[in-house]
Design a binder for this molecule. Structure first.
Ligand code: NAD
Length: 353
């Protein structure tokens, strides 16, 4: 790959990684020259937001605990207004992709800098990508305006990430790295991060399933998720991400679970067209990477079929139509019959072929 030339874009963000790194938050705010933080959380994580407010003391101007899935524009408008009223000079988001998304949406509207403390493995904090929903439609844009300035990975938060979400969120991260390996604009540096990210997560996720407080496994998983997030933010995604966006948006399926279910099937579909990526994947997943990912989903106790996630069988033709409409670039051409078979297998929970 090096011989044929490549372009690598590194996104400027500062990363603080380890156990207990939340203690660095006041210093990181000072480094940015900020003194008035608006803290963002979901309703479920409000207590964690309050603890940050206590840590920052007078440097907190408010806690907005209204982050929800899919970053609806009305919530973002409200939160941005709150930031302006409170004269916040930085947003501090603590949570998963939904809370990070709200921070990005506020940054887009106000130009405020962001500090993110991720608590899942979704990876949004490493990307200049924002998906917003309005009137049931999700619109995605890529702009450096939404890239967080500082990311504080504090492994302690992930110790209590529920086991089920740990497994599916971790495989969601692996999906970013898998597709990065066969992206049209992939490059050797991203390949290094993708392989290392997958290696760390594949080692960590089964250990977390059997022992959620395993500190070594939790550290490996968050490290892997960070690398996979860089992959997502740096190169284009293909069939797998298109299928997940289509299925998630149309049938209101949960994000991480849908990724977990679809990844083995999307990889099996593309396998004949991506010999170099498959060779790299075999180094970390064994002789049959698609089957290994299917087995990993079962090992972490993830839902095993689209039917179990609530997608009706009658929706399969619509899902195929939507996947074929405005397709992302993909290494293997999209074929209606093969895609129908793929989604049908995922719907019933059959193994990839
Ligand atoms: P999420 O942020 O929606 O979190 C799911 C639930 O788990 C929430 O209730 C949250 O409060 C809770 N939670 C999170 N961390 C927890 C913890 N440590 N302990 C206990 N509860 C915790 O889920 P997600 O999978 O992280 O993010 C999904 C969203 O992120 C989707 O909308 C997706 O589109 C978006 N996303 C965007 C990008 C991007 O680059 N723009 C990348 C990945 C995901």
């Amino acid at each position: 790959m090096t011989g044929s030339g490549f372009i690598y874009t590194g996104h400027p963000s500062r990363v603080v990684f380890g156990f207990g790194t939340t203690a660095a938050l006041p210093d990181e705010m000072a480094r940015l020259g900020t003194r008035r933080a608006l803290i963002l959380t979901t309703p479920a994580q409000e207590a964690q937001g309050q603890r940050l407010a206590d840590l920052l003391g007078e440097a907190t101007v408010g806690v907005f605990a209204g982050a929800v899935m899919h970053t609806p524009v009305d919530v973002s408008d409200l939160a941005a207004d709150r930031a302006r009223q409170l004269k916040a000079d930085v947003v501090v988001a603590i949570g998963g992709g939904s809370t990070t998304g709200l921070g990005k949406a506020i940054a887009l509207r106000t130009g405020l800098p962001q500090i993110v403390l991720p608590t899942t493995y979704a990876g949004s904090e490493m990307t200049p990508i924002l998906g917003e929903t309005s009137g049931g439609q999700k619109r995605t844009q890529t702009t450096p305006k939404v890239l967080p300035q500082v990311v504080i990975y504090d492994i302690d938060y992930t110790l209590d990430l529920p086991v089920a979400l740990s497994g599916t969120s971790g495989i969601n991260a692996i999906a970013h790295a898998v597709e990065a390996l066969y992206a049209r604009d992939t490059n050797p540096v991203i390949n290094l991060m993708a392989v290392e990210g997958i290696r760390a997560l594949v080692r960590a996720l089964p250990a977390i399933s059997s022992d959620p407080h395993n500190r070594t496994a939790r550290a490996d998983a968050l490290y892997g998720a960070w690398l996979c997030g860089i992959c997502l933010g740096s190169v284009g995604m293909a069939l797998h991400h298109k299928l997940c966006h289509t299925l998630g948006g149309t049938f209101d399926l949960p994000h991480a679970e849908t990724h977990t279910l679809m990844l083995p099937h999307a990889l099996a579909y593309n396998a004949p067209a991506i010999p170099e990526a498959m060779a790299l994947l075999r180094t970390v997943l064994g002789p049959d990477p698609a089957q290994a990912l299917y087995a990993l989903g079962h090992a972490v106790g993830a839902p095993t079929s689209l039917e179990a996630l609530g997608m009706p069988e009658t929706g399969i033709p619509r899902a195929v139509d939507l996947a074929l409409a405005n397709p992302y670039w993909n290494p293997r051409p999209l074929e209606r019959d093969a895609l129908t078979a793929l989604i049908t297998r995922a719907h019933t929970g059959a193994a990839p072929i």
